[in-house]
Design a protein around this ligand. Structure first.
Ligand SMILES: [Mn+2]
Length: 294
């Protein structure tokens, strides 16, 4: 049997629990869009977790919002789908809630649904810290080998010892260096505009990468962030908007707002590509809309 999952802490926790209960010969990390676009060959002895449904799979677990490209299965399916803080929680429940994975699941829930404290952002530890090292969005490059290795470690070692593994410790060090640089770039490129923290990364040749929640610790007054960077060939700019995870008072339905500009998302976060020639006008409009809604 193969496990097809996503390369984040939720996918890792799913893999830990599933490989504990089922004989898995291979773990495949794929992008959700590749499942939706049917780019991956899926068979009846494949388990899909933390990714959209595929009609050929044998077992399916997911907790992400269903959309037109991420459809609900038409008939019966084996597995579990629910709106939940993580897919790992559904997997854990399905396989009988083994108490040895309780802490792993609880911490995965917190990271995957962004129910974090300021300390989880500034001084992360244990599973949350491990989670940052397996998140491909933190830009640490190819990490399939690392992911599979982490599955084995998390299954067999206490989290303190997982973090002591040289491969993990090395990634933690790199993460901390990156965060230092990211903090500097973020402070230089950001300004507070009412309830909006506006970050303009268009002057950066290489897009700065780091903890995406850091901005909310630096601008606690803001309840929403708007970040701009160049799209390919500078033909358009990418605008990414997200509610603060600490100051949870933002009234804007971000996905709906982004949809008006040809993008999308969900209630708390979304993005849109805006043609470069229209960028200044549209950005001003979006900021005004975020401010008007409060
Ligand atoms: Mn998830």
């Amino acid at each position: 049997m193969r496990l097809i999952t996503r390369g984040d802490l939720d996918g890792l926790a799913c893999a830990v629990i599933i490989t504990h209960h089922e004989k898995i010969s291979e773990i495949l990390l794929v992008h959700p869009q590749d499942i939706s676009d049917r780019k991956i060959d899926v068979h009846s002895n494949d388990i899909i977790a933390n990714l959209p449904y595929h009609p050929e799979c044998g077992l399916w677990f997911d907790h992400h919002l269903l959309t037109s490209s991420n459809r609900c299965p038409e008939g019966e399916f084996r597995g579990r789908y629910a709106q939940a803080p993580s897919a790992a929680l559904l997997v854990w429940e399905y396989f009988g809630k083994d108490p040895r994975f309780t802490a792993l699941v609880e911490e995965t829930n917190r990271l995957d649904s962004a129910q974090l404290t300021e300390d989880d952002v500034l001084h992360p530890k244990d599973y949350i810290l491990l989670g940052y090292t397996v998140d491909s969005r933190t830009g640490l490059g190819a990490f399939e080998v690392y992911f599979r290795q982490c599955v084995e470690w998390v299954k067999t070692l206490p989290i303190e010892e997982v973090l002591e593994q040289p491969m993990v410790a090395d990634r933690v060090r790199r993460l901390r260096d990156e965060d230092r640089n990211f903090r500097k770039a973020l402070l230089e490129a950001s300004r507070l505009d009412g309830n909006v923290v506006f970050t303009d990364f268009r002057s950066e040749v290489l897009l700065p990468i780091g903890n995406r929640f850091l901005v909310y610790t630096l601008f606690p007054q803001a309840n929403v962030s708007l970040r701009v960077h160049w799209g390919p060939d500078r033909e358009f700019v990418v605008v990414a908007v997200a509610h603060s995870i600490f100051n949870r008072t933002c009234n804007t339905a971000v996905g709906e707002l982004m949809a008006r500009y040809g993008g999308g998302g969900h209630q708390g976060a979304g993005s849109a590509p805006i043609p470069t020639a229209e960028a200044e006008d549209k950005l001003a409009e979006i900021v005004a809309a975020l401010q008007a809604a409060g």
